[in-house]
Write a protein that binds this ligand. Structure first.
Ligand code: NAD
Ligand code: ZN
Length: 357
């Protein structure tokens, strides 16, 4: 019996797309058709290379592209993709291939989970964030109205294939955002990994393939371990939300001014501040975290928002249970815990701490 959340698929890390054909061949798929789903930024960069690798393995490859950006992660786009699949006579045994960042991955995964009650899909994540975060764990979905990831399903890919070459075209700000999630994974479960990341900051910022692969593997392993203990998010998986309560609040208020990974990094400083005030970590640990953020171009402070505004934005967070926010604290550094007793006063103090400069 296969339990939900069990990892029966391969994750492969390569320097290029050269090994993709082989990796897909190993799956011994029954499908004759593959649809590569991508966006308007990634398609022109990698669609040809990926198609060339896959064409010997399928009778027919089609592609579906939509404009890049979170605004397209909607049921409208899913509907257009369904139409494409129906028009091209996609059947139960055929396969979808997500080529792009988290937006493409989430949307393709959700379509695969629901088309004909579920077909296979392969993830080819092309942003650092999607490589370390969204490609592991089986969460798929789309946004609905202004609610993020409101409609979705758990659906595991058959294969995740990462090519480091994609990181060479990724804009710096997107790279930093991915680093925000990398640093977070070290802080929640693996302090030596966190320290390793800071020690290798120069090679990482120069995007040296070998070091990137080691870093991404480390991060995926941490996420896998946490998720396997709690595939459907009943408890422990919540630690992955370190930095997300206050981070999301700032993200919502700053709309498109600050990106998710930047806000998470900021929220992590706030969570560390509360942990320090409670005596769970010392002030040296707090400064280590701030130094780590700065090293990778991530913020430690924000400006232009009122304290109360940020506090009230945390209340609409969906990480609530019976009206209580499941806040993630560090206890100690390198180990995150869920805490439902964080008070408004503590949050106000933390928001005040990250405000300004
Ligand atoms: P994204 O997919 O929007 O990619 C960011 C931008 O980079 C886009 O403009 C994209 O076109 C571009 N891009 C992608 N790859 C590129 C490359 N190699 N070179 C140049 N440009 C490239 O966003 P993201 O940051 O990858 O992912 C964010 C999404 O992931 C959010 O929707 C979030 O909800 C979701 N997410 C899901 C999970 C999960 O567990 N399923 C986890 C974390 C985040
Ligand atoms: Zn996140």
């Amino acid at each position: 019996v296969k339990r939900e959340g069990e990892f029966t698929y391969d994750i492969e890390w390569h320097n290029t797309f050269e090994g993709l054909g082989k990796a897909v061949e190993k799956l011994s798929l029954m499908s004759r058709k593959a649809c590569i789903v991508t966006d308007s930024t990634v398609g022109p960069l990698y669609l040809n290379t990926v198609s060339r690798q896959l064409s010997p393995l399928f009778d027919k490859i089609t592609s579906f592209s939509f404009p890049s950006g979170e605004a397209q992660k909607t049921l409208d786009t899913v509907k257009k993709l369904y139409t494409h699949l129906i028009e091209e006579h996609y059947e139960r045994k055929d396969i979808l291939i997500a080529l792009g960042g988290g937006v493409v991955g989430d949307l393709t995964g959700y379509t695969a989970a629901t088309y004909l009650r579920g077909i296979d899909f392969i993830q080819i994540p092309t942003t650092l964030l999607s490589q370390v975060d969204s490609s592991v764990g089986g969460k798929t979905g789309v946004d609905f109205d202004c609610f993020k990831n409101m409609v979705g399903a758990f659906h595991q890919p058959r294969l995740v294939y990462m090519s480091m070459e994609t990181l060479h075209t990724l804009p710096d700000v997107q790279f930093s955002c991915g680093m925000g999630e990398v640093l977070k994974s070290g802080l929640i479960r693996d302090l030596p990994y966190y320290q390793w990341t800071l020690e290798h900051s120069r090679e990482l910022l120069e995007r040296k393939d070998e070091v990137l692969i080691r870093m991404i593997q480390g991060s995926c392993l941490i996420k896998k371990t946490v998720v396997e203990h709690d595939p459907t998010e009943q408890g422990e998986r919540a630690v992955l939300n370190l930095g997300h309560t206050i981070g999301h609040a700032v993200e919502k208020l700053k709309n498109f001014e600050m990106l998710h990974g930047q806000c998470v990094a900021l929220g992590t400083v706030a969570a560390a501040y509360i942990s320090k005030e409670r005596g769970l970590i010392d002030s040296e640990a707090l400064s280590v975290i701030e130094r780590g953020n700065r090293m990778f171009g991530l913020p430690c402070r924000f400006e232009g928002l009122a304290l109360e505004e940020v506090l009230s934005a945390t209340r609409s967070d969906k990480k609530m249970e019976q009206g209580k926010i499941k806040f993630i604290l560090l206890n100690p550094l390198g180990h995150a815990v869920v805490d439902k007793t964080v008070t408004d006063d503590e949050m106000m103090a933390a928001i005040g701490y990250i405000q300004g400069e």
